[in-house]
Design a protein around this ligand. Structure first.
Ligand code: SF4
Length: 230
């Protein structure tokens, strides 16, 4: 056997071991996406498509949450990002500032992103819901159903290499209502060909600091997937 053949065989063995180590689970049911915006190329067209989406969100009255919002909260970060974080819904600070993850949980998320070796402005951050549920209550299923097409359009435009779901609401919205975050966190799922890793929401980590070590394991998996996908 030549050196080249041995090298290729070693590479294939490592690849197979990697696949076994990262078991990819299929999303059991995709929610039916609303007609997505045309897939946008990188650069200006992507920004234009997202700006058009912001206008749609600001005009949206598909559920009752528009009545109590100060600002619709669509996203923060880089539309060309390889990594997207998806949280639950804006809270009070986010509603006031019109940006996702700017309160205490947002500060922790920023630290988590930096601990991964990235800058917050180098990733793309958004939520399942674009408007704040009053009193920060949990989103209702019909609100999630009404708002999800916007998230699906965001993902179709940004086209990240990896998606990280933050908390139970995001996990249920993307993976299906039956999933439990404690069971699926750290697993690799598939969303239209993009790997998805659920982990705990930063707000939960603030209430339960011992869970941070599990979230860190999940984030390391996200980083590994990003490195594997170039
Ligand atoms: S939460 Fe979403 S679906 Fe409801 S009004 Fe706001 S943008 Fe529309």
């Amino acid at each position: 056997m030549s050196d080249d053949v041995r090298r290729i065989a070693r590479g294939l063995k490592r690849y197979a071991e990697g696949l076994r180590a990262i078991e990819v689970r299929r999303v059991p049911r995709h929610r039916q996406a609303s007609p997505p915006l045309p897939r946008a190329p990188a650069g200006g067209a992507k920004r234009d498509a997202l700006a058009a989406l912001v206008k749609q969100v600001e005009a949206c009255q598909a559920c009752s949450l528009y009545r109590t919002r100060t600002h619709a909260v669509v996203s923060d970060g880089d539309p060309d990002a390889k990594l997207v974080f998806i949280g639950e819904a804006p809270g009070r600070d986010e509603d006031l500032q019109g940006k996702p993850f700017v309160g205490a949980a947002g500060q922790l998320l920023t630290k988590m992103i930096e601990a991964m070796g990235f800058a917050r402005q180098g990733v793309y951050i958004c939520n399942v819901l674009k408007d704040r549920p009053p009193g920060n209550r949990l989103p209702e299923p019909d609100e999630i159903e009404a708002c999800l097409p916007f998230l699906e359009q965001q993902l179709a435009i940004v086209q990240p290499k990896v998606i990280c779901l933050l908390g139970s609401v995001a996990a249920k919205a993307i993976l299906g209502p039956h999933v439990a975050i404690t069971k699926v966190r750290g697993q690799v799922w598939d969303y239209h060909g993009t790997p998805v890793v659920p982990t705990f929401h930063p707000a939960y980590l603030l209430r339960n600091p011992p869970a941070k070590k599990f979230a860190w394991v999940d984030l390391k998996k996200v980083k590994q997937l990003l490195e594997d996908r170039g």
